[in-house]
Design a protein around this ligand. Structure first.
Ligand code: NZQ
Ligand code: ZN
Length: 385
C-alpha cells in the first residue's frame, strides 16, 4: 500500500427529515447566504424545508447557479456576498450548486483575479468562507470532498480545483430529496459514482486489499440498486443506498493508499466544455474506450474487476477483459445513457479539439502513471466514435 495522509472534517447528517437540523450546525449570529440552482429545490419543497429550519435567522438567497456552474454567474454571487458581509453559505442542490458554492467561498476573501483560483488548480487559495450543503443529487461526492469544477464558456474552459479549506462543514443527505430527480439525472449520477470508483480502482495493484474490496462493494451496489432506482423512484432504501455510495465514492477513503487515474474525467471535462454534454454522459463514452486502450497497463486490475464485479471466469485473459468492458458498457446503456460520441452527433472533428484543450490546460501527462499524453487521448477518442 502507498503512504497516505487522510483527513476529512465534513460532518454527515444522513436520513429522512434531517434538513431541520441545519440550524444547529450554523453558528449563531451568522449572516447566511443560501445558494441554489435553476429552481428544482423551490418546486420540490426542499428550499421551504431549509427556510423553515432557519426561521428567525439572518438569511439571504442567491439562485441561478447552472449545471456546469459558470464563472460569470458565480462572480455575481461573490459580489453579493462581499457587499452583504456574508459569513456562512448554505448550498442547496446537486454537485453544480455545491461546486459553485466552493468557488464563491474561496473567491470572497481572495485578493486578485479570482479566475486564478481555477487556473492554479486551487493552489493560490488562501482560505475560504465556511459553508454547508443540503444535497439533492447523488453523484459527485462534492458534499464530502474539497474539490470543485467550474466552467467559463467564453474560454471553452471547465477546470477542476481543490483546497483543504473547501470541505463542507456539514452536509445533509436526505434521500427523499432525490425523489423528484428526472431519470436522466439518476442515471448520470450512478455513472458518475461508478467512474469515480473505477478511477481509483482500475489502475495497478499495490496490495490495497481493503480499498479494493470497498471499491468492488460500491460497484456491486450500484449495479444492483441502479436499475431499481429508475424503476421505483420512491424506494427509500434504494435511494439511501445510492446517496451513500456517491458520497463514499469520492470522499478520499477508497483512494487513500492506492494509485489513481482520473484521465476519463479530464477528457470528459473537455467534452463538456466543447459540446455541453452532461458530465455523466461524457464518462459513459470515455471509460470503456479508455479501458480498451489501456488494457495492458491495467491488465491485473481489469482481470480482478472481471472476476469479482462481473463474475467472469471463462476464457483467456484478453477475452475476460473484453467481456468485462462490454458488461460495463451494457450497464451504462441499460440506464439509458448512450456510450458512443456519434449518438450525441459528435464526429471525429472533436479529436484534435479535445487534444488541443488538454494541452492548453497543462493536462498532458494523465493517468496513474502520468503516461497518458494527448496522443493517447487521440487513440482513446477514436474508440469512442
Ligand atoms: O438547477 P436545478 O433547478 O436545481 O436542477 C438541477 C440540474 O438541472 C437538477 N436537480 C438537482 N437536484 C434535483 C434536480 N431536479 C429535480 N429534483 C432534484 N432533487 O439536476 C440537474 C443537474 O444538476 P447538477 O448539479 O449539474 O448535477 P451533478 O450533481 O451531476 O453535478 C455535475 C457537476 O459536478 C461536477 C461535474 O463536472 C459537473 O459540473 N463534478 C464535481 C466533482 C467534485 N466536486 O468532486 C467531481 C465530479 O467528477 C464532477 O466533475
Ligand atoms: Zn465525476
Amino acid at each position: 500500500m502507498l503512504n497516505f495522509k487522510y483527513h476529512n472534517p465534513t460532518k454527515i447528517i444522513f436520513g429522512k427529515g434531517r434538513i431541520k437540523d441545519v440550524a444547529k450546525e450554523i453558528p449563531k449570529g451568522s449572516r447566511i447566504l443560501i445558494t441554489y440552482g435553476g429552481g428544482s429545490v423551490r418546486r420540490n419543497g426542499v428550499l421551504d424545508q431549509v427556510m423553515n429550519a432557519l426561521e428567525g435567522r439572518d438569511v439571504l438567497e442567491f439562485s441561478g447557479i447552472e449545471p456546469n456552474p459558470e464563472y460569470d454567474t458565480l462572480m455575481k454571487c461573490v459580489e453579493l456576498a462581499r457587499s452583504e458581509r456574508i459569513d456562512f453559505i448554505l448550498a442547496v442542490g446537486g454537485g453544480s450548486v455545491i461546486d459553485g458554492t466552493k468557488f464563491i467561498a474561496a473567491a470572497v476573501p481572495y485578493q486578485g483575479d479570482t479566475w486564478e483560483i481555477a487556473t492554479s488548480f486551487g493552489r493560490r487559495i488562501g482560505g475560504s468562507l465556511p459553508f454547508g450543503t443540503v444535497l439533492t443529487l447523488p453523484a459527485t461526492g462534492s458534499e464530502m470532498n474539497s474539490n470543485a469544477v467550474i466552467s467559463r464558456c467564453s474560454l471553452n474552459a471547465k477546470l477542476a480545483f481543490g483546497h483543504p479549506s473547501l470541505f463542507p462543514v456539514f452536509s445533509v443527505l436526505d434521500p427523499t430529496t432525490t425523489y423528484t430527480l428526472p431519470p436522466e439525472q439518476i442515471s448520470n449520477g450512478i455513472i458518475d459514482t461508478f467512474v469515480h470508483v473505477t478511477e481509483q480502482y482500475l489502475t495497478y495493484p499495490v496490495q490495497g486489499k481493503l480499498q479494493d474490496r470497498f471499491a468492488e462493494g460500491l460497484l456491486l451496489t450500484l449495479i444492483e440498486d441502479g436499475p431499481v432506482a429508475l424503476r421505483e423512484p420512491e424506494n427509500y432504501d434504494v435511494r439511501a443506498s445510492l446517496m451513500w455510495c456517491a458520497t463514499l465514492g469520492l470522499n478520499g477513503l477508497i483512494g487513500a493508499g492506492v494509485p489513481q487515474d482520473w484521465a476519463t474525467h479530464m477528457v470528459g471535462h473537455e467534452l463538456t466544455a466543447l459540446y455541453g454534454l452532461d458530465h455523466g454522459k461524457t464518462l459513459a463514452i470515455v471509460l470503456p474506450a479508455l479501458l480498451r486502450a489501456r488494457r495492458n497497463e491495467k491488465r491485473d486490475k481489469l482481470l480482478q474487476y472481471a472476476e469479482r464485479v462481473w463474475g467472469i471466469v471463462e476464457g483467456d485473459d484478453d477475452a475476460r477483459i473484453e467481456a468485462a468492458i462490454e458488461k460495463t458498457q451494457a450497464f451504462f446503456e441499460s440506464l439509458g445513457v448512450r456510450t458512443a460520441l456519434s449518438a450525441y452527433g459528435i464526429s471525429n472533428e472533436c479529436i484534435p479539439r479535445v487534444a488541443e484543450l488538454l494541452e492548453q490546460h497543462g493536462l498532458t501527462r494523465l493517468g496513474e502513471r502520468s503516461d497518458i499524453t494527448p496522443d493517447t487521448v487521440r487513440e482513446v477518442l477514436e474508440l469512442c466514435l
